[in-house]
Design a protein around this ligand. Structure first.
Ligand code: C2E
Ligand code: MG
Ligand code: MG
Ligand code: MG
Length: 273
């Protein structure tokens, strides 16, 4: 039959690949509904400032989770890519920003947390939207929050484009008072040119360099170099993936002051704090 012929024509398709595509389509359909069904939630992970052996929480990173009715809590590593490919990252990212601002308002009323800031991961597609600046601007003005309590985490790959639009948008965000961080620093294309052009506030050392810092001299050298870039450009540097006291002590001795990692707390719901 013609149906069979049709099937044969595509028989070079790898069935495994075919299955992956179908799973992706299914996932994106479900994800589309997840926003309205309020299945998304934000976890927060503390960010620490260490000075004279005293550790203070200065902020948190917002990390999205999908509380799937059957599958339970799903990690962003399993759906952010699909969200980016399908454009769902735009409403999803907007939800994350709104939710983060809501949380800032709640913490504003708590004496021990009112100075905390929230770092929010921003995907390239989301940033490139024409209305990205006005979305941020409106959120801040409408909710009357201090702009410097919102920190946006970009990846190097977003900044590397370095177009006029990118520069202007980042300049406007900076003028608004929002602070900018470069996530996973050192793992992207690693052009340093943007450091001299863009009003960046913070570098985040990727956890892949931290993990073996005590035993791998290459990782040690990379971290040392990033800290030195930070000092020379007057940037805050935060180490991600700090899991042990040994990690922490080593980094402190190298001149690092900001930390995030399981040692100080895993990502969890706001009520845990
Ligand atoms: P990221 O922004 O680099 O976030 C850090 C990741 O490291 C988080 O994974 C966090 O749970 C994990 N982590 C923190 N401390 C430790 C540690 O000590 N040891 C280890 N092994 N891991 C640690 P998570 O929450 O699974 O998020 C994965 C990635 O998903 C994030 O990487 C970020 O790129 C993306 N993501 C998360 N939330 C959002 C979001 O709201 N929007 C966008 N666009 N991306 C998001
Ligand atoms: Mg991040
Ligand atoms: Mg990171
Ligand atoms: Mg990462």
């Amino acid at each position: 039959s013609s149906k069979e012929k049709g099937r044969n024509r595509y028989s070079y398709f790898d069935p495994k690949l075919q299955q992956q595509i179908e799973e992706k389509v299914e996932l994106s359909k479900e994800l589309r509904k997840a926003i309205d069904k309020e299945e998304l939630l934000l976890y927060y992970q503390p960010q620490i400032f260490t000075k004279n052996s005293i550790n203070d929480i200065v902020g948190v990173e917002a990390l999205i989770r999908w509380n799937h009715p059957e599958k339970g809590i799903i990690s962003p590593n399993l759906f952010i890519n699909v969200a980016e490919e399908t454009g769902l990252i735009v409403p999803l990212g907007k939800w994350v920003l709104k939710e983060s601002v809501k949380q800032l308002k709640i913490w504003e009323t708590d004496a021990t947390k009112k100075n905390w800031r929230i770092s929010v991961n921003i995907s390239q597609k989301q940033f490139e939207r024409d209305n990205f600046f006005s979305l941020i601007n409106t959120l801040i003005k409408k909710n009357n929050i201090e702009a410097n309590k919102l920190r946006l985490e970009f990846t190097e790959n977003l900044l590397i484009k370095n177009t006029k639009e990118t520069l202007e948008k980042i300049q406007k965000l900076f003028n608004l008072g929002v602070t900018l961080s470069i996530d996973d620093f050192g793992t992207g294309y690693s052009s340093l040119a943007y450091l001299k052009q863009l009003p960046i506030h913070e570098l985040k050392i990727d956890q892949s360099f931290i993990r073996d810092i005590l035993i791998d001299s290459n990782d040690y050298s990379i971290v040392e170099t990033i800290l030195s870039i930070g000092r020379k450009f007057n940037l805050e540097v935060i180490a991600e993936g700090v899991e042990t006291n040994e990690h922490h002590q080593m980094l402190v001795s190298m001149g690092c002051s900001y930390f995030q990692g399981y040692l100080f707390g895993k990502p969890s719901i706001a009520e845990t704090f």
